[in-house]
Design a binder for this molecule. Structure first.
Ligand SMILES: Cc1cn([C@H]2C[C@H](O)[C@@H](COP(=O)(O)OP(=O)(O)OP(=O)(O)O)O2)c(=O)[nH]c1=O
Length: 196
């Protein structure tokens, strides 16, 4: 059994490597639209499932891992910004307030699946227009949910975090490790030979 990360995100690849276990990565170009009225927890699980499903179709016997991350505030779900204007609006919405970051993960193997979502709360300092303009110029907001990266220049906006930092980056690695152990009996951390 191989482990396959159904993702093209360099951050997810970096985090999954912390399991010390070999894996392949395959992009899953899934539909990322969210049905109207769906809450963030359900939405990230659904999108993670779509990604895992796409790769599992051609790798049914392998352990496929799909994930999705969104930011939620005021009952709104923020994905990746589609324009600089949208990124500036998202950052203005997050300024001086607390929001939630949800990452959903779906594990799939032999036609069975296990999905979960994890929430982390993030507090932002108030941001000036000048800071927002500077941040847009870094180019960092555009491939990230909520238009910021906690692990990059966006770190200077973050007042505090409650929950798993790595969940904000896109993969709750400690929880994922435990979920894989529950889903694949015999699976162990590290590069062990005998995998279920
Ligand atoms: C909030 C936040 C998000 N992000 C990233 C995590 C995700 O990669 C991205 C949200 O987009 P996703 O659609 O979850 O993932 P992706 O398109 O980057 O990768 P793939 O679908 O191939 O797995 O935002 C950060 O890197 N740092 C942060 O602080």
């Amino acid at each position: 059994m191989q482990m396959i990360l159904a993702s093209q995100s360099p951050r997810r690849k970096e985090l999954l490597a912390f399991l010390g276990h070999p894996f392949l990565t395959m992009p899953a170009d899934a539909d990322e639209s969210i049905p109207q009225g769906m809450g963030p927890e359900e939405a990230v699980r659904l999108l993670a499932r779509r990604k895992a499903n796409l790769v599992a179709q051609s790798h049914p016997d392998d352990l496929v891992i799909g994930a999705d991350t969104v930011v939620a505030i005021d009952g709104r779900i923020l994905g990746k910004p589609e324009s600089p204007q949208q990124a500036a609006e998202m950052l203005a919405l997050l300024s001086g307030r607390i929001h939630s970051v949800y990452t959903g993960v779906c594990l799939q193997k032999n036609g069975e699946r296990r999905a979960f979502s994890q929430r982390t709360r993030v507090a932002f300092y108030p941001l000036t227009q000048e800071e927002i303009a500077w941040y847009l110029d870094t180019g960092e907001p555009f491939d990230k949910a909520g238009a910021y990266g906690v692990q990059g220049f966006g770190s200077v906006f973050v007042k505090g975090i409650e929950g798993d930092y790595f969940n904000v980056m896109g993969l709750p690695i400690a929880r994922l490790c435990r979920e894989i152990q529950a889903f694949c009996p015999g699976w162990k951390l590290g590069n062990t030979a005998a995998q279920a």
